[in-house]
Each structure stands twice: as C-alpha cells, then as structure tokens.
Design a protein around this ligand. Structure first.
Ligand SMILES: [Zn+2]
Length: 431
C-alpha cells in the first residue's frame, strides 16, 4: 500500500464495516456473559473457550485449544482450557496477538440485574465480566472480522486468544501459553490485552506485587489468667502498629514516575488481606490465650523501589520488633512476587493505538499504568515481549463491582480502535 489516499480509504471501509457489525459484537458479548465462567473455582471454561473458538472459526481463523496439562489447577472437575485463533495473512509476520481472559470474579451481592443474564439496556451491557473483560474479547474478535468483511487482505497474521485464570494469576492461562512458547519473542511481534482501562487510555504496565505471610507465636494459657501466657494476637498487634507508624508514612513520601492510576496508587500500598489468631472460628470456644496468629499482607511496590528493597524493609521492621518487644517471635513466608512491568515508550504498539484513538475519538490517548497486576507480566517476563500494552472497552472502576456494565458506545469505539491498530501493526497487502 503506497498512497496515503488509499490508506485513508481502507480505514474508512473498515470503520464502515464496524458500524455494520455493531449489533453482532453486542450480541456476542452478551452470549459470553451468559457463560458463568466464575473463578474461583473456574467454571464452564471449556464451554467459553469453545464459544470463542467457534466464532473465530466462522470468521476464517484456524483454532487451537490448549488445556493447561501439568498445572495443579487443571482438574477433571475444572479443566483449564485456553483457545487461540490464527487469521493468516499474505505472510507470517508481523504477528499481532490480542489476548483476553474469559474468567470472571464471583458475582457477589448487591445486583439489581441477573449477573449472568447478558442484559442489554439503555446503551449498556450488564453482567459479571461485561467490562472485565468479555466486551474486550468481543471487540478483538470483531476488529479482525471488520477488516475481513471490508475485503482487506493483511500482510501479516492476527491472533486472538481467550485464556483462563487471569483473576487468580493467569498461570494456567496466558502464563501457560507463554511457558509453552505459543506466545514468544521472535514468534509474536505485538500483544494487545483489551482489559477495561477506559476507551481512550493505553495501559503500559503495572506495579509489583509482594504477598507475604507473617506468623507470630505466643504461649497458650487459661483465658481467665492471660498474664500466665503470651498472646500471639497481641504480638500481631505490634506488627500492625509498627507498619502504621513506621512504614506507611515513608510509603506516602514515595511517588512513582510511572503514570499509575488512580492517583493514590502512584504511592506504594500495603493491605492486610486476612488475619487469624487463636482458635478456629465457630460457635464453640474454650478459654485460651492465642498461641499463634497469622496475617497475609499484600504489598504493591513501585518500579523505583524494586523487590529486594521492599522485602528488606519488612524484615528490618520485624527484626526491630524482636529487639524492642520482649518475647516477640515471628516467621516470614513469601507467598508471591510479581515484578513490575513497563512498556518502553517507543514500543510500536503504543504509537499504533495512540493514532487509532486520535482517529476514532478525536482526542489524545492518555498513557496509564495499572495499580494491580494482569497478564502483561507473563507476556513481558516469560514470553520476553516488550511490545505489549492493555487497551480495551469498559471503565476500570466498574470491574468486580455489582451491576458491572460496559457501554455499547465504548465497545464499538474500542472495536474501531483495535481494527485501525491491527491495520497499522500487521500491514495491508491489498484491498
Ligand atoms: Zn481483567
């Protein structure tokens, strides 16, 4: 394709094709919402993979299914099945891969519509997973299809995958495809993950994660004479107090250069996910001083902090307590570490999406980074691909909420943007 005029005509034809298939992309989103792929435990994954695979086949893709053989979470009751579709072009490369996770978090309480009904009303598609991220999967599938219906032959390859378990780490999903080399540097040139980051924002990475467990030890005694024992719960109280007084004020002074949203997440954060001390919960208890207390902490660290420093600060805090508090004893157990990722500013996928957003929405794209981790980590860390971002329909804040919804306008605009970005990244052979 040489002339600028021809390129503009191709884009117009593809955008017209998106307009024509708008109802289909909404229906397909609703169809996916009606498959309740709730994680945990990971229900109806195979049904959802097959539904996506069938649609991709209908649209000219070659489809593969990859069950996460060997992963402990891949069980007979809850098989972890991923789907990858390939739409061949004139040549193999460039290969652009669009990946969406089809697992959703449990519905929870507080819904005013059926969370798995696929209700479309007043310009919104409601349901668990509507924004996060079945609309994104539908947008990816139909962006490729709009190009095909416009009669455009692409130079390289478009791949669309639907994967499992992103909400629980993605190790049997995108992590698995990266481990098996299905997505890899040298084979895959660009990856776009249509997570709900708002339709005019490109997400260039995320903060790091350090989950750790602290156990404190006391000495059991009769609950009527606590002075004869040592309460492990009291000991944990010292830990929480030290975090509040010594760590949180320091975290508040640190601010990353990475454009993490919302603004509060520009700083490091520390959440207590769970705490348990003493006897098991239940109606029957006997009077005892707690001899054991365990808490799980979720520390999100900045790329400027790094993991080593982050962990060293926790160890220093706990060791400080052993000298200050008589009889303080603890164990520290690392549960999960995810390094931060950041797409290089000159990555072609940022440029292509930026131009497409400007073309479709008439405004500049904003670069953001995510407060939490998502499948980008597997693309970056395991597959070794830097040219990866998240971009998709839906409002980030609505993810995991009751009455989750995605605006139909967002869905169609994201489909337009993804289609234009594919043209740019994959190349147009003939039209
Ligand atoms: Zn998601």
């Amino acid at each position: 394709m040489s002339s600028i005029l021809t390129e503009a005509k191709v884009r117009d034809r593809v955008l017209a094709a998106v307009d024509e298939l708008a109802d289909e992309v909404v229906d397909f989103t609703a169809e996916l919402i009606r498959i309740p792929t709730v994680n945990p435990p990971g229900e109806f994954y195979e049904d959802c993979a097959r539904a996506i695979g069938a649609r991709l086949e209908q649209f000219g893709f070659t489809v593969e299914y990859h069950a996460a053989e060997g992963r402990p979470e891949h069980t007979r009751a809850h098989p972890r099945v991923n789907v990858v579709g390939t739409l061949p072009g004139a040549r193999r490369n460039p290969v652009v891969h669009l990946n969406g996770h089809f697992d959703v978090v449990p519905a929870g309480d507080g819904w005013t519509v059926d969370p798995f009904g696929g209700v479309v009303r007043d310009g919104r598609i409601y349901g668990r997973g509507s924004a996060d991220m079945k609309a994104g999967i539908a947008a990816a599938v139909y962006a490729a299809e709009a190009i095909r219906r416009a009669g455009v032959r692409l130079t390289g390859t478009v791949e669309v995958s639907g994967t499992v378990d992103e909400e629980s780490g993605g190790y049997a999903g995108m992590g698995y495809l990266a481990e098996m080399g299905r997505i890899a540097r040298g084979r895959t040139d660009a990856v776009i993950i249509p997570e709900p980051l708002n339709v005019d924002r490109i997400c260039v990475g995320h903060r790091g994660v350090y989950w750790f467990e602290v156990t404190t030890h006391g000495k059991i005694a009769h609950g009527s004479m606590p002075f004869l024992g040592e309460s492990a719960i009291e000991q944990m109280g010292w830990v929480l107090e030290a975090i509040r007084r010594e760590l949180l004020p320091v975290y508040a002074t640190r601010r990353t250069e990475v454009p993490v949203v919302p603004d509060g997440a520009r700083h490091p954060t520390l959440n207590v996910n769970a705490i348990h001390g003493g006897q098991p919960e239940g109606p029957v208890q006997s009077p005892c001083v707690a001899d054991r207390c365990t808490a799980v902490f979720d520390r999100r660290f900045l790329i400027e902090e790094g993991f080593e420093k982050t962990r060293a600060e926790i160890v220093e805090l706990l060791d400080g307590l052993t000298t200050r508090v008589p009889s303080f004893r603890y164990e520290l157990n690392d549960l999960m570490v995810v390094e931060p990722v950041l797409t290089p500013p000159d990555a072609p996928v940022i440029g292509a999406l930026g131009e497409a957003i400007a073309g479709v929405l008439g405004r500049e794209a904003t670069l953001v980074a995510s407060p939490g981790t998502y499948d980008h980590k597997h693309v970056s860390r395991i597959a070794g691909i830097d040219n990866c971002v998240a971009y998709g329909p839906g409002i980030l804040d609505l993810a995991h909420q009751p009455d989750e919804w995605c605006a139909v306008d967002d869905l169609i605009n994201a489909t337009r943007v993804l289609a234009l970005a594919i043209l740019d990244l994959v190349g147009v052979e003939s039209a």
